[in-house]
Design a protein around this ligand. Structure first.
Ligand SMILES: Cc1ncc(COP(=O)(O)O)c(C=O)c1O
Length: 346
């Protein structure tokens, strides 16, 4: 069978043998009664790692973000986020559908916006005819911007602004682990600036499913109720939580390898004709490519015919994501495939 190099997303990874073994041996119980020892252990471990009082295991990153927003707001409230934020672009309109929220969008640079930009959008409390600004949301790393990192000084300044205006501050940290590995700033150091955080186990960390949300004990108590109401109460979920626990304990430092693969890929591709690569954007494991003489669809089809799967980002942009199931050799091979395609248009 022809080998497929799948760079569509870091969500395509399959559990390793060691992870499967941990899943196989997991002790389980009914988690809706809070009697699943492995899910309980995962939540305790994750809360400690994130420096928060409590954590909750949820089926997906979308559910994590949406539960957090639901707990922090009332219908008719407004959430300020970046224009390419996952909660705006890729969560099926659920801030409006599930929580009656409207989003106010900030035009960030590579996914990063400043406190000055946000302050001008905060609505005065006295304006009863306007939506109430309630939450500022930050995505770190920023997916649609290309895996970019939000500088910690900027996060601190945004956090102070949120406090000044009595707003909540939420982190979509689906890939906070990637940011942490690059900057050396621990997940807890990032998380301390936020009221709520949502982090994925099923992306670069390689678990088959699951996210963690974290905050105060009271916040998680309310989140537990919302998760149940949205059908996210799980039973003998320790089988899956064991994978998440394994991922957190074993797979964070190895993300550096994915970043090195992304750097190799983008550096080599940036030297090719008929292809634009924003190398400054490549800070973690995501690479954005724009083909110059071929449509995105045609480029993707030609890659696919050669066994290379890539994804899409913004209009006209192709997204490649490195992860644990592609090797350095696979990346070299992917470069050769793309070189052949773009060179045929010289
Ligand atoms: C930044 C960000 N937040 C949230 C999610 C949602 O995660 P899930 O696919 O587990 O719902 C993703 C998924 O790609 C993401 O990139």
């Amino acid at each position: 069978m022809k080998k497929i190099i799948d760079l569509r997303s870091d969500t395509v990874t399959k559990p390793s043998e060691a992870m499967r073994k941990a899943m196989c041996n997991a002790e389980v119980g009914d988690d809706v009664y809070k009697e699943d020892p492995t899910a309980n252990e995962l939540e305790k471990y994750a809360a400690e790692l994130l420096g928060k009082e409590a954590a909750l295991y949820v089926p997906s990153g979308v559910m994590g973000n949406q539960i957090c927003l639901n707990v922090l707001t009332q219908p008719g409230d407004e959430v300020i986020c970046e224009k390419d934020a996952h909660i705006f672009q890729y969560e099926s309109g659920s801030p409006a559908a599930l929580s009656g929220l409207q989003l106010s969008l900030v035009d960030g640079v590579r996914g990063v916006f400043t406190p000055e930009q946000v302050e001008s959008l905060i609505r005065p409390e006295s304006a009863y005819y306007m939506a109430r600004t309630k939450v500022i949301e930050v995505e770190n790393t920023h997916n649609r911007a290309g895996g970019t990192i939000n500088p910690i000084e900027n996060i601190k300044a945004l956090s102070l602004l949120a406090k000044k205006h009595n707003l909540y501050f939420h982190l979509d940290g689906a890939r906070i682990w990637n940011a942490s590995v690059v900057t050396g700033i621990s997940p807890a150091e990032y998380a301390q600036h936020f009221d709520s955080v949502s982090c994925c186990l099923s992306k670069g960390l390689g678990a088959p499913i699951g996210s963690i949300i974290a905050g105060t004990k009271d916040f998680i108590k309310q989140a537990y109720r919302v998760r149940k109401g949205w059908g996210g109460g799980m039973r003998q979920v320790g089988i899956l939580a064991a994978a998440g626990l394994y991922a957190l304990k074993n797979n964070i430092p190895r993300l550096k390898e994915d970043h090195d693969k992304a750097k190799l890929f983008s550096d080599k591709l940036s030297q090719l004709p008929n292809l634009f690569v924003d190398t400054e954007c490549v800070q973690t494991n995501i690479i954005m490519l724009s083909p110059q003489k071929l449509s995105v669809d045609d480029f993707l089809t030609k890659c696919r015919e050669n066994g290379l799967y890539l994804g899409t980002g913004k209009v006209g942009v192709i997204r490649a994501v490195t992860h644990m199931d592609v090797s350095f050799e696979d990346i070299e091979q992917a470069i050769q495939i793309i070189e052949k395609i773009v060179s045929s248009f010289l």
